[in-house]
Design a protein around this ligand. Structure first.
Ligand SMILES: [Mg+2]
Length: 130
């Protein structure tokens, strides 16, 4: 997964730190932020291949809204939503707004890595067809 950049957006600091370090071990350029607002600021400075977005975060904008804003500016960025049992419906709604997939918390890293890999494969195929 080299040369890929991934933005992780989640208000749970430990989760973000763990995921960032484990992705970095796999040579992925991973950056973690803690809110939808921060994600939107970051996305202005740098293009990400995949964004991992928690749905429920404190602050002005939730994960779905942040996703919509990101997709508007960067339609090619693939978004994987992180959801708890209580917000599965919201995730399914999110798919209609262009999320690539969603994954239930607590996240198994292997499952998330598989979804990231599929999102990257989709991007690769799109790039080849362009
Ligand atoms: Mg959260």
């Amino acid at each position: 997964m080299q040369h890929f950049s991934i933005l992780i957006v989640d208000d749970e600091e430990d989760f973000v730190e763990t995921l960032v370090s484990r992705l970095k071990k796999r040579d992925v350029d991973a950056i973690g932020v803690r809110s939808g607002e921060e994600a939107i600021e970051y996305i202005k400075k740098k293009e990400f291949h995949v964004v991992i977005m928690d749905i429920k975060m404190p602050g002005g904008i939730d994960g779905i809204e942040a996703m919509r804003l990101i997709k508007k500016e960067h339609p090619q960025t693939e978004i994987i939503l992180l959801t708890g049992h209580a917000s599965i419906e919201t995730s399914i709604e999110g798919m209609k707004f262009g999320a690539f997939d969603y994954i239930l918390k607590p996240v198994k890293l292997e499952d998330l890595l598989k979804k990231i890999t599929s999102a990257l494969e989709k991007k690769k195929m799109q790039d080849e067809n362009r």
